[in-house]
Design a protein around this ligand. Structure first.
Ligand code: SF4
Length: 78
C-alpha cells in the first residue's frame, strides 16, 4: 500500500494579515505568533482536507501547500 501523501505547509508572512481564519478552520495546524502572523504548527503533515480548506479560504492566499515528495503545488491552484 502506498504511503499516505504528505504536504509541506508554508505561510508567507509578508502576505498574512492575521485574520486567523486558518486557525478557525484548523486550530491544530496553524497558530498566530506574537506579531499576529500565522505559522504552521508542523510541516510536512499528512494530507488533511482542513489544511486545504484553510489554504483555500485564506483571504490573502498566504498559505501554500505542496506535495512533500514531488514538490507539486497543491494549493493555491495554478
Ligand atoms: S487565513 Fe491567511 S491571512 Fe488569515 S491568519 Fe491565516 S494565513 Fe494569515
Amino acid at each position: 500500500m502506498a504511503p499516505a501523501p504528505r504536504w509541506t505547509v508554508t505561510v508567507d508572512r509578508s502576505r498574512c494579515v492575521g485574520s486567523a481564519m486558518c486557525v478557525g478552520v484548523a486550530s491544530d495546524r496553524f497558530a498566530l505568533d506574537g506579531d499576529a502572523r500565522s505559522a504552521p504548527l508542523a510541516s510536512p503533515v499528512e494530507a488533511d482536507e482542513r489544511v486545504r480548506d484553510a489554504a483555500a479560504n485564506c483571504p490573502m492566499e498566504a498559505i501554500e501547500l505542496r506535495d512533500a515528495t514531488t514538490g507539486e503545488l497543491i494549493d493555491p491552484y495554478a
